[in-house]
Write a protein that binds this ligand. Structure first.
Ligand SMILES: *Cc1c(COP(=O)(O)O)cnc(C)c1O
Length: 402
């Protein structure tokens, strides 16, 4: 592959027009959209409108007149096609961590005789921390640690719920949602998927896969903005499930100001408190854009980008599966000085990230990353490694966020 061939691929790319929908700094190849998605051009106008018109002029009236009150459910319905859900099964609220808490507790209550939660020791730490915290609140609940490959050794009739990530945040490995969910159901347990690294990276099919609950971020591939609210999916058959964070926004009639809690019908019972309108406005703008994306074309381009990057970096210690059907939209390598190498790359305008202990991670968001970007990033990476420029002292200084 030559850079000229990459130019030709960019020219023939059916998603190429989306690049102009994003604000990206000149001279930057952004390969960290799996951690914080790029800024859609339309976001600023929408957030400004919310501030100046809806808040500034509409004041409290805007909860009704600007549709603020309905937004957590409305944006859930906008998100539903991206995850293969039906209207009413998704709501947008809180963080992924908080939504993990709610869904885990709801699942435990749905399987009262069962005392085991299964989680993956390699999962994103918040998933482990929250299973620890939730387990502590239920009498006698224990945790078994096992990844998707090792489930057969831990599944039995004591297991209430299994929590797994669809795409591994370090390696980028993609798991078979339908097959794993089916395996878990065969043992009578419920399945919660964390799709932070797959929503907006590939099409999801919660309904077809018979998923019970799912949670995910909107600030990664979905470009909602830093800290934009997460989402909860609850399959319709679980719409009578009880979750313990019973705040007034999850009440069936918050403005009745009743003394007792009565959960809202549908996934709305997973809402807790007043929704953050400024953050939701950013997500609203990005979901407007996402509603025009062809997800099959997105997946095809994602696999072409990651496949090309793997081809151009041959010789490095690849930890991402080469088989296209087994990876998400990122490519990761192991390198003993991965942190320094990533810092040296960032100084050259190629932004990836590092995950402890030794993983260099590069995410490929198909809406704004092109084939020449892949080519340029691979060249810079090869040059940083060949020149040893990463060994300069300043690249060893650790920041709080890696
Ligand atoms: C990013 C990420 C999270 C983040 O959770 P927050 O509560 O939004 O901070 C959780 N799980 C996975 C797998 C992630 O990649």
């Amino acid at each position: 592959m030559t850079r000229e061939e990459c130019l030709a691929l960019d020219a023939a790319d059916p998603l190429a027009a989306f690049r102009a929908e994003f604000t990206l700094p000149e001279g930057v190849v952004y390969l960290d959209g799996n951690s914080l998605g790029a800024l859609p051009r339309r976001t600023s106008a929408r957030v400004t409108q919310l501030i100046d018109e809806e808040w500034g002029q509409g004041l409290i009236r805007s909860w009704n007149t600007a549709g603020w009150y309905d937004l957590p459910r409305g944006l859930g319905d906008r998100l539903a096609p991206l995850v293969g859900a039906s209207p009413g099964e998704v709501v947008v609220c809180d963080s992924t961590s908080v939504n993990l808490f709610k869904t885990l507790a709801a699942a435990l209550r749905l399987r009262p005789g069962r005392k085991v939660v299964v989680a993956d020791p390699d999962s994103f730490p918040t998933d482990l921390y929250v299973t620890e915290g939730v387990g502590g609140l239920f009498d006698g609940v224990r945790r078994r640690l096992a990844g998707p490959d090792d489930l057969s050794g831990v599944l039995d009739d004591e297991v209430a719920v299994v929590l797994l990530s669809h795409v591994d945040y370090r390696t980028g490995r993609l798991y078979d949602m339908a097959a794993v969910t089916e395996q878990v159901h065969r043992h009578g347990a419920l399945m919660i998927w964390d799709v932070c690294h797959s929503v907006g990276a590939l099409p999801l099919r919660f309904g077809d896969c018979d998923v019970d609950f799912a949670v995910g971020c909107t600030y990664k591939y979905l470009n909602g903005g830093p800290g934009s609210p997460a989402f909860v999916y609850a399959a319709e058959r679980h719409h009578a499930a009880d979750q313990p964070l019973t705040g007034w926004f999850g009440h069936t009639d918050p403005f009745a100001f009743d003394v007792g809690y009565v959960a809202a019908p549908g996934a709305g019972r997973f809402l807790v408190g007043t929704p953050p309108m400024l953050s939701l406005a950013g997500l609203q703008a990005s979901l407007d854009l996402w509603s025009t994306v062809d997800l099959a074309a997105l997946r095809a381009k994602s696999l072409a980008l990651t496949g090309l990057f793997i081809e151009l970096t041959e010789g490095l210690d690849l930890v991402t599966p080469r088989q296209p059907g087994r990876r998400g939209s990122q490519v990761s390598f192991r390198h003993p000085s991965g942190y320094q190498v990533v810092q040296a790359l960032i100084e050259r305008g190629v932004i990836g990230d590092f995950r402890t202990p030794d993983i260099m991670r590069f995410g490929f968001a198909p809406l704004y990353v092109g084939f020449c970007d892949v080519w340029d990033a691979a060249q810079q990476l090869a040059d940083v490694l060949a020149s040893g420029s990463w060994q300069q002292d300043r690249f060893s200084q650790r920041s709080a966020v890696t």
